[in-house]
Write a protein that binds this ligand. Structure first.
Ligand SMILES: C[S@@+](CC[C@H](N)C(=O)[O-])C[C@H]1O[C@@H](n2cnc3c(N)ncnc32)[C@H](O)[C@@H]1O
Length: 240
């Protein structure tokens, strides 16, 4: 499964950056997460591991707040876009750093992509120093004005394999956690742009090849109009 996730993101660099330039959504999520993490540490961060750094939207946010930010991602192509921070191509289930290396570990829209979030959360606990903090953001989906799931009646093959609840449970096993929801008004056109990213369309049509899945998602969402709400669960944990 991880090889598939890596391949999907390797295919996604251009569409991902186009979506981010247009919406700034991942930067906004990282800024909100960074504020929650900062509120729980004494003083500024010395070092942050950006776990699932992608093309660097979240890395840039953390690099403004920490003396040292390390970008880690399983996708070589996503990471290739990032020039400023130290980069490591690795799986966040096997973090190649010694115990107690970081003050913060951030999973901005990444931890839910794996089959089993408990492995990565154990790794986060291992590489954090005493007093360290961890944060994760996981999707809760898209709803219309009366709270109905926009995808409920649409034909697709799958939902997320790992839901926001599983991410929260995994973090709560290792840390004392606080959680909440962030909501973003999103135009129908931006929902389509989001699903023009092959890795995101894969969450609707996992069995189709990249081009076909993006085309199928475009057809599926062609009739969507107006504004919907995208919801994200955030979870922040402190070392017990
Ligand atoms: C939705 S992107 C978010 C990227 C970035 N944090 C941002 O805010 O733009 C998710 C990233 O997680 C990475 N990822 C998924 N599974 C991973 C794993 N097991 N180990 C490391 N990175 C992973 C993907 O390659 C992808 O770049």
């Amino acid at each position: 499964m991880k090889a598939v996730v890596r391949a999907n993101f390797d295919d996604s660099v251009t569409a991902y950056d186009a979506y981010e330039q247009r919406t700034g959504r991942f930067t906004a999520l990282a800024e909100l997460l960074a504020a929650e993490l900062s509120a729980r540490v004494d003083g500024p961060f010395e070092s942050v591991l950006d776990a699932g750094a992608g093309t660097g939207a979240s890395t840039r946010v953390f690099a403004e707040r920490a003396q040292r930010t390390v970008a880690l991602d399983i996708s070589r192509e996503m990471l290739r876009e990032l020039e400023a921070a130290p980069r490591v191509q690795a799986d966040f289930d096997h973090v190649p750093f010694v115990d107690g290396s970081f003050d913060g570990v951030a999973f901005t829209a990444s931890l839910f992509l794996g089959p089993e979030p408990t492995v990565a959360t154990r790794e986060a606990a291992r590489v954090l120093r005493p007093g360290g903090v961890v944060g994760a953001v996981a999707p809760l989906g898209w709803v219309d004005a009366d709270g109905t799931d926009v995808f409920a009646d649409l034909e697709r093959e799958s939902r997320s394999p790992t839901g926001a609840d599983a991410v929260k449970t995994a973090l709560a096993d290792e840390f004392t956690v606080t959680t909440g929801t962030w909501r973003f008004a999103t135009t129908a056109a931006d929902v389509r742009r989001f699903h023009a990213i092959p890795a995101m369309a894969a969450r609707l049509y996992p069995k189709l090849a990249a081009e076909e899945r993006v085309a199928t998602a475009r057809d599926l969402l062609g009739g969507l109009e107006g504004t919907v709400e995208q919801r994200w669960r955030w979870i922040v944990g402190v070392v017990d």
